[in-house]
Design a protein around this ligand. Structure first.
Ligand code: NA7
Length: 515
């Protein structure tokens, strides 16, 4: 966004809480953190130089490489000179008289701008487990999204991991390699599937570089902006043998093929969904030696793909190791964190290290941490009290000149994120250029446009099975009992979203009042 605004000849200043660039890849530096997107489908597409100069080493690169990549891009475009690091914004207030925003940081410094663009992340407000005694633990305690910059050793240590989402799965399979003992505290089992990562050889590297146009064109056609496009047939219409052969093939394909490239009815139709869920449960039973442990790892309360599918490398085999124990904390939750570990019922688990892979206050959490005040003194928290109401996931009524990249109800929340971020950035940049060229000072979404967009968001998600399961997509986080259960992303697909955004622009920013 900063690069694009500079290209438009605008002045821009970026405030960043971290000490350097990287966002997700700056904060989430836990062992095992890596892409589930094919590396070359994830990088920026806007610069031919970047595409030519950068070489990914693996099909699904690990966090250190991604962070190096983001630093490379920041250096290449000399971005740091307009970024103020180590600065967390605490308030942003719209001034009706001047149609501009005042932005106040935690140290009290104030900046003023005509436009306020948020790029504060969809999963950037980590949540620690709401368990009594957490502060009393005397060992090492980490949240995966606030991982230290220094290496952490597990050698000779008793480690506990709470959480088995996409993050928990990545960290568990890594920690199990060196910990003296690992206890995994699982509340909800997920349908994990093999990532099938591998290094990129020299020949493939050349093919990737020569094929970027095609890679991005393929992403642009798919709902999740991944390289995988769903099969235009219904699983329920396919003979059993053929269907199982396809499931098997998808299970052995890299990345999200199994989720995004599956039969089109897998997350729409209960019967199709059950077929796929049963297939994965069978795989789990085949891979885990002890039947009782396999049973614990088989999801029971939701279907495949209704929650984020964690991608794994030998995850299930970890539970065949002598140094690993799986503990079900659904029926009997963790009562207490003590000085020496965790207590569940009568049993005490002695731990040297406690890792919380316990997720985030998703999508709205980062907004809640800033006091946004729009027109007439109304706060964003008040405006979204019953769940977000936005126009295109880009703006909220009463918050003129504020644009929310990857905001709630924006397709970027349900996407191979950089692909959708680029669309968001280009759309916002075009809107600002249009305003400048036509002498408009202020843009505000109308109530009617926001209501209609919000209806559309719910219409799309209600065609799927996703609302049937508790997940961060649905705003469910048991550590935040007051968070409203409401769909926070956009499930109509990236192509449909792009089309809608383009239509709005082509009609002179229809649905916005321009002044
Ligand atoms: P998730 O997917 O929200 O997973 C958080 C996990 O932590 C999940 O298994 C939770 O169980 C578990 N959890 C949270 N609090 C507790 C307590 N108090 N006790 C036991 N277990 C708990 O976050 P991730 O970081 O894994 O992934 C987020 C996204 O990042 C992912 O979808 C990717 O897009 C990247 P629960 O399911 O609530 O029963």
């Amino acid at each position: 966004m900063l690069h694009k605004l500079r290209e438009l000849g605008m002045t821009a200043r970026v405030f960043e809480a971290g000490s350097d660039v990287g966002g997700t890849w700056y904060w989430n530096r836990y062992p095992g953190a890596r892409f589930d997107s094919e590396s070359y489908s994830y990088g920026y597409s806007f610069s031919k130089d970047v595409l030519n100069e950068w070489e990914w080493s693996e099909h699904f690169s690990a966090q250190p490489e991604t962070l190096r990549y983001l630093n490379f891009v920041a250096d290449k475009f000399d971005l740091r000179r307009d970024i103020t690091f180590n600065t967390r914004i605490k308030e942003a207030t719209f001034d009706d008289n001047s149609n501009s925003w005042n932005v106040i940081s935690e140290d009290g410094s104030v900046a003023r701008a005509q436009f306020l663009i948020t790029a504060i992340g969809a999963l950037s407000a980590p949540t620690w487990p709401a368990i009594r005694g957490l502060d009393t633990f005397e060992g090492e305690a980490y949240h995966t999204a606030e991982w230290p910059h220094e290496p952490v050793s597990f050698e000779g240590k008793r480690v506990g991991v709470i959480g088995t989402g996409a993050t928990g799965v990545q960290v568990i399979q890594e920690v199990a390699k060196t910990a003296k003992h690992l206890t995994v505290f699982q509340r909800t089992a997920n349908y994990c599937a093999p990532l099938m990562n591998s290094p990129i050889d020299a020949e493939t590297q050349q093919q990737i570089k020569a094929g970027y146009d095609e890679i991005f064109a393929r992403c642009a056609e798919s709902n999740g902006a991944f390289l995988h496009k769903s099969i235009e047939r219904n699983a329920v219409d396919v003979p059993e043998d053929e269907r199982n052969a396809t499931f098997e093939e998808l299970y052995n394909k890299p990345g999200f093929a199994i989720w995004m490239g599956n039969y089109q009815d897998i997350v729409l139709d209960e019967s199709a969904n059950k077929m796929m869920s049963d297939f994965i449960r069978t795989k789990i039973r085949e891979r885990v030696d002890v039947p009782l442990v396999a049973q614990m790892l088989c999801p029971k309360d939701h279907g495949f793909g209704m929650r984020r599918v964690p991608m794994e490398t030998n995850y299930y085999e970890v539970y065949n190791q002598d140094n690993v124990e799986l503990v079900d904390v659904k029926a009997t939750p963790i009562d207490l964190v003590t000085e020496r570990g965790l207590r569940i019922g009568e049993r005490h688990f002695d731990l040297d290290v406690l890792i919380c892979a316990t997720g985030f206050d998703a999508i709205t959490g980062a907004f809640d941490r800033i006091e946004f005040t729009g027109k007439n003194g109304v706060t964003l928290r008040e405006a979204w009290a019953d769940g977000p109401v936005t126009y295109l996931g880009m703006q909220t009524v009463g918050f003129p000149n504020m644009f929310t990249l990857v905001g709630p109800h924006n397709a970027a929340t349900f996407c191979n994120i950089p692909r959708c971020i680029e669309q968001n950035v280009e759309w916002v940049a075009d809107a600002l250029a249009y305003m400048r060229d036509n002498n408009y000072e202020c843009a505000e979404a109308t109530e009617a446009a926001a209501a209609s967009w919000t209806d559309h968001v719910y219409e799309m998600i209600n065609m799927t099975l996703i609302p049937k399961a508790d997940s961060w997509f649905m705003g469910v986080n048991h550590n935040l009992p007051n968070k409203k259960r409401t769909f926070l992303a956009y499930a109509g697909g990236a192509p449909r979203y792009r089309e809608k955004c383009d239509e709005v622009a082509a009609r002179g920013y229809e649905g916005f009042e321009l002044k």
